[in-house]
Write a protein that binds this ligand. Structure first.
Ligand code: BTN
Length: 263
């Protein structure tokens, strides 16, 4: 029996319960991979897949996402948009805001967002978001994968990490957590679909963990660029103040690090 019981979850979804169809499984390779396949088979917007364990969980930039069984909340959400693929720039930032607000509503204080898709607590990674986009004859869709650490992950991690147990005592039951995240995500995604990231920019800036910090941008094609992190532009691009002026970076294949930090 998987850790999430859809029947227990449904009433907790309150006003948005009709908008989500939740499937819970013990194990898969990656919830994003499975849900993308189901999208191709016609799964509707609002389909959610939760797994207790992923044997090949994926992160941004080709990285893997490892979580021991029962140590995290791992799920993907299929959502359809009335926007073009190009207009979905900024989506992972909008999702980061919603997840942070959901955790705050459950009592978590001090959680912040790091461009483009991390949730941080005291500069350690609490959650990651992997958004994968596609289009089909029905329009544009996103597979929104969220990995939230409930306990500090073990092993060789690409950057320092923590669990929700470092932030909240006691850690809420995973049904409560998932329900609060989904009920916060639905109106945020509606807002994003109607008005784009510009309408959510101020909410994102409020939680921006690295505002005005000195950072390094690392990219496959850009090499290393240093500057002060000014946050997100109206379209979700990162704004960096450099000696040559303010530069913009789109999500793509770059990573952000504290200045001088290897990770
Ligand atoms: C990152 O920080 O690089 C993104 C990590 C995203 C991990 C989640 S776990 C659920 C979903 N399935 C995956 O394979 N990845 C995402």
């Amino acid at each position: 029996m998987p850790l999430i019981d859809p029947a227990t979850l449904q009433p907790l979804l309150t006003a948005v319960r009709g908008r989500f169809d939740v499937d819970s499984i013990e194990e898969c390779d990656s919830t994003n991979t499975v849900l993308m396949r189901r999208a191709g088979e016609g799964a509707p917007s609002g389909t959610v897949l939760v797994a207790d364990f992923q044997s090949a969980g994926r992160g941004r930039r080709g990285r893997s996402w490892t979580a021991a069984p029962e140590s995290g909340l791992l799920f993907s959400l299929l959502w359809r948009f009335n926007r073009t693929l190009a207009d979905l720039c900024g989506l992972s930032l909008a999702i980061g805001v919603a997840v942070t607000e959901a955790l705050e509503a459950l009592g978590a204080r001090g959680v912040g967002v790091k461009w483009p898709n991390d949730l941080l607590f005291q500069d350690t990674k609490l959650a990651g978001i992997l958004v994968e986009l596609a289009s089909d004859p029905r329009g544009t869709l996103a597979i929104i994968g969220i990995g939230l650490n409930l306990h500090t992950p073990d092993g060789d991690l690409p950057q320092p990490a923590c669990g929700l147990d470092a932030v909240l005592h006691p850690v809420p039951d995973r049904h409560t957590l998932l329900a609060k995240i989904l009920t916060t995500l639905a109106p945020t995604l509606d807002h994003f679909d109607a008005e784009g990231f510009a309408a959510l920019q101020a909410r994102w800036q409020h939680y921006h963990a690295w505002q005005d910090r000195q950072v390094d941008i690392l990219g496959d094609s850009t090499g290393k660029i240093s500057g002060a992190c000014l946050g997100a532009d109206q379209d979700g691009a990162l704004l960096l103040s450099t000696p040559e002026g303010i530069r913009r970076f789109l999500s793509g294949e770059i990573s952000l690090r504290k200045k001088g930090s290897p990770c």
